[in-house]
Ligand binder design. Structure first.
Ligand SMILES: [Zn+2]
Length: 230
C-alpha cells in the first residue's frame, strides 16, 4: 500500500501518527511523509536561520527511524495559509505519493498551522478524484490525527502500537533533539514520557497496551477500514 502523512511542523507526524506510519512501514508498505513548514520558530534561543537546517536534519533522521520518505515544503513556521500557492505544493505531494490512505491534522486542532495544514490536505483530497493530479485515482481514506490538546477530538479508530511501532515512534521523536531539549528545559516536560503516556492512555481506551487514535474525515465509511489500517 501507499500511505501519505502530512504535518505542519517537522515533528508533527512523529508525535501524532509516528507509531502508525512505522507500523505500515514495518509490514512493507510505502510511506511518504511531508512537513509543510520549516519549524523555524521552534526554539526560544536558536535564531530561525540557524534552526532551519538543524530541524531539517532532525526530520531526515526521524524519517529514517520511521522508515518513511520525507518531503519538506519549507513554508515559514507560523505562516502556513490556505492559498493557491500552498495548495499547488500539496497537490504535488499527492501526485508524488499517490496515496491510498492520507493522515493529517484534526480540523479543529489548537494550532493555526495545524488547522491550515488540515484544510490544505482536505482540499487536495477533494481534488484527488477529479484528474487534477494527472490521472484520476480512487479517493484515498482520510484520517485525522489525535489532537489531545484540542477541544472536540473524539477517536473513531485506534491502531495498536504494542511492541516495535511504539519504540520506533519514540526513537523518531528523540531525533528531534532541538525540541526535546528545549521543551524539557522551558516547560519541564519530557516529550518522550508524554507520548509514551499518551499511547498508553489510548491503549487503555481500546484494550491494548498502547495505541494511536484517529478520527474519520467527513463522509468516510468504516467499512474499508479493516483493509486499509495496519
Ligand atoms: Zn506542529
Amino acid at each position: 500500500m501507499r500511505i501519505l502523512a502530512v504535518g505542519a511542523h517537522p515533528d508533527d507526524i512523529e508525535a501524532h501518527c509516528g507509531g502508525t506510519v512505522a507500523k505500515y512501514a514495518l509490514r512493507g508498505d510505502q510511506v511518504f511523509a511531508c512537513a509543510c513548514t520549516d519549524g523555524s520558530l521552534g526554539h526560544q534561543v536558536i535564531p530561525p536561520e540557524k534552526l532551519i537546517p538543524i530541524r531539517a536534519r532532525e526530520a531526515q533522521e526521524a524519517a529514517a527511524a520511521l522508515g518513511v520518505e520525507l518531503c519538506l515544503l519549507g513554508e515559514p513556521d507560523g505562516f502556513l495559509f490556505v492559498d493557491s500557492h500552498t495548495l499547488d505544493k500539496i497537490l504535488e505531494v499527492f501526485a508524488w505519493a499517490q496515496p491510498e490512505v492520507v493522515l493529517t491534522h484534526f480540523p479543529q486542532d489548537y494550532h493555526p498551522d495545524h488547522r491550515a495544514c488540515s484544510q490544505l490536505v482536505q482540499a487536495a483530497w477533494a481534488l484527488s478524484r477529479t484528474g487534477t493530479l494527472g490521472r484520476p485515482v480512487r479517493r484515498p481514506l482520510l484520517l485525522f490525527m489525535d489532537a489531545q490538546e484540542s477541544a472536540g477530538f473524539s477517536p473513531h479508530v485506534y491502531v495498536d502500537l504494542t511492541g516495535a511501532p511504539l519504540e520506533r515512534k519514540l526513537a523518531a521523536l528523540a531525533c528531534h533533539r532541538s525540541q526535546v531539549e528545549w521543551i524539557r528545559h522551558h516547560d519541564g516536560v519530557d516529550l518522550l514520557d508524554w507520548f509514551r503516556a499518551a499511547a498508553r492512555m489510548r491503549g487503555l481506551q481500546c484494550g491494548v497496551e498502547c495505541a494511536e487514535a484517529f478520527a474519520l474525515g467527513e463522509g468516510q465509511g468504516r467499512t474499508q477500514l479493516r483493509d486499509l489500517l495496519p
